[in-house]
Each structure stands twice: as C-alpha cells, then as structure tokens.
Design a protein around this ligand. Sequence first.
Ligand SMILES: Cc1cc2nc3c(=O)[nH]c(=O)nc-3n(C[C@H](O)[C@H](O)[C@H](O)COP(=O)(O)O)c2cc1C
Length: 166
Amino acid sequence: MGENLTELFRRLTAGVYVVGVAHGGRQDAFTAAWLVQAAFDPLLLALSVNPENASYPLLREGGGFTVNVLRRDQLETARHFGTVSGRAVDKLAGIGWRPGVTGAPILADALAYFDCRLAGNMPAGDHVLVLGQVIGGALADRAAPPLTYQETGDLDGSSELYPSGF
Ligand SMILES: Cc1cc2nc3c(=O)[nH]c(=O)nc-3n(C[C@H](O)[C@H](O)[C@H](O)COP(=O)(O)O)c2cc1C
C-alpha cells in the first residue's frame, strides 16, 4: 500500500526548482517540487517547505525567496541542492549566483527565475505553506525544456515517507 500511495501521489505533475533564501549575510538554497502559481492579481506562488530545512528560518527572517527553474539536464543540480543540508556544507560555494531583491540567490545557470517577497504562511501538517509575491524574474533560456519531478525518480527519498494507507 505504501508503494501504491507513492505511485498515486507521483501522478501529481510538478516541476523541479532550486529555492534560494538569505538573511543576515547568510544564503542557502534547496530543491523543491511542491510549488505552484496561486494567483494572477497579485502574482503569487505557493511553496510547501519542510520547517526542518536549514533554509526555512532564512526564508522567514529574510522575508523572501527566489525560485530557480531547472532544465531537464540539471538533475545533478537537483541532487546537489536537494540531498544535502546547508547545515553540513555551503551548497552555494563554487556555484555562480547573484543576489535578488531580498538577497536570496539567483543561480546563473537556471532556465528562468522568479524573485519573491514573502506574502504569507500557514501550517500544513509536517510542512509550512508559504506564499510569495513575484516582484521580478526572467527567462534565461527560451528553448530548454524544464526538469519534471517525475524525472527525478526517488531522489528525494519520499517513497519512505508515504503512510501505508489513508
Ligand atoms: C526532487 C526533490 C524535491 C524536493 N521538494 C521539496 C519541497 O517541495 N519542499 C521541501 O521543503 N523540501 C523539498 N525537498 C527536500 C530538500 O531539498 C532537502 O531536504 C534539502 O537538503 C534541504 O536543504 P537545506 O537544509 O539546506 O534547506 C526536495 C528534494 C528533492 C531531491
């Protein structure tokens, strides 16, 4: 049944992003798939964040985040930012980036980015749902296809996290 729930939930289509955060001169970034557009007016993105992530307090205190859209050939970038915590290593060392409006990193090598100001948050079980108002962004590569969550397989180890039943 656990495997069935994993298979069921993986039929929800999603992209793969590197979410950048910054506060007090520190930056971090993590891979995220639970991200969608939530409104046209104002332009809002909704992101579900595990509050255990080292990035989470930087997101909250920094008041914003960037969303870097990965290309289909950037699975290793998804692994780099999504399988190691910023508590253990500086994941941005040796990576090209520049600060967005709130200081959160915009990756030089992403397909596109969105720059967001934190617009709200609410608890969502073991995660926190945050809203970001999009205040900037650009498309760097019009031709490249984006990486999809399905193409990352079990990179996030989530098959272990689904309950055995409803
Ligand atoms: C493909 C993939 C998707 C992920 N999606 C999310 C997500 O939507 N939200 C989240 O909080 N963590 C997500 N993660 C897990 C974080 O990226 C991971 O825990 C990361 O190491 C946290 O880094 P930090 O401690 O430096 O913040 C995902 C990981 C992978 C590999």
